[in-house]
Write a protein that binds this ligand. Structure first.
Ligand code: GUN
Length: 284
């Protein structure tokens, strides 16, 4: 069996058409959505992500502002910038690209962003709201994964969902969303004793560990839906996921590729959150 490919670029293009209409309606009403992106340091992956986010804003008519700081920037400088952006009515969403250099307390930085502009959904208030099942902003990557599952009518009610990875950015919010959709959720991590025992039970498997090709075909239940959140750069410079695509596609029923799977959806959901933030300011 060869799995059906769940193409994140195709779904993103469709969703972004609808976003463009929402942006133009807001702009006509004098409220063009604005996103500010803060990048500290020169991590090459972060630079690529931020560039792609800014580029995507242009494609749907969002105003974007990029604030770049060298790695040795004092935290006060960034806190000052966030405070200014919190009070800027032309900015509806603020994103601080993670990871931050070691002199930063990332939790404190995220806490400084106004929860109403926290389009990543990382502020403790928004994390709590998601946990209570009343999300204000859903973190972009898990939000994108849920949209992908929805687009293929993947049945989540009562399904065995296994997440590999427990990060605040993906694993934990992903668990909350799948639980909210009535899946039975297992979260595996680096200390999990027998990983394959869990992954082989999964109707829906989400890989978000950041280790190249660690989920192989023999770890997958035949016909399962496999979502690969990983983006790893191989020695030859090419990108690959956390799933070994070649062996996995022979076993899975539905699978996301890397690149071109979850990645573009993460950005699409960021745009969605920023537009929603702008709509809320005019009571839409
Ligand atoms: N670093 C890796 N993923 C993300 C993300 O979704 N948002 C931010 N702000 N930083 C990240």
């Amino acid at each position: 069996m060869t799995a059906k490919i769940l193409d994140g670029n195709v779904l993103s293009t469709r969703l972004r058409e609808a976003l463009r209409i929402r942006t133009s309606e807001l702009t006509v009403q004098g409220c063009q959505p604005g996103l500010a992106v803060i990048l500290v340091g020169s991590d090459p992956a972060s630079q690529v992500y931020v560039r792609n986010k800014i580029k995507a804003c242009e494609t749907v008519g969002l105003l974007s502002e990029k604030y770049e700081y060298p790695a040795d920037t004092r935290p006060e400088v960034v806190f000052h910038r966030i405070a200014a952006l919190n009070n800027d009515p032309s900015i509806h969403g603020i994103l601080v690209q993670l990871p931050l250099p070691p002199q930063f307390d990332a939790d404190a930085v995220l806490a400084a962003i106004s929860p109403e502009k926290d389009v990543d959904g990382f502020h403790a208030e928004n994390v709590g709201a998601l946990m209570q099942g009343q999300p204000h902003f859903i973190p972009c990557t898990p939000y994108g994964v849920m949209q992908m599952l929805k687009s293929e009518n993947v049945n989540l009610r009562g399904a065995e969902a296994v997440i590999v990875g427990r990060s605040n950015i993906v694993g934990k919010p992903m668990a909350m969303l799948l639980l909210g959709a009535s899946a039975t959720v297992t979260v595996c991590h680096s200390q999990t004793r027998d990983l394959a025992l869990h992954t082989r039970r999964a109707d829906v498997l989400v890989a978000a560990v950041g280790r190249a090709k660690m989920i192989t075909g023999d770890m997958i239940k035949p016909g399962a839906t496999v979502i690969d959140v990983g983006i790893n750069r191989q020695a030859d410079g090419k990108l690959c996921g956390d799933v070994d695509f070649e062996t996995a596609k022979e076993v899975a029923g539905l699978i996301t590729p890397v690149p071109g799977g979850v990645g573009p959806m993460t950005i699409t959901m960021l745009l969605t959150n920023a537009i929603e933030a702008a709509e809320r300011t005019i009571g839409k």
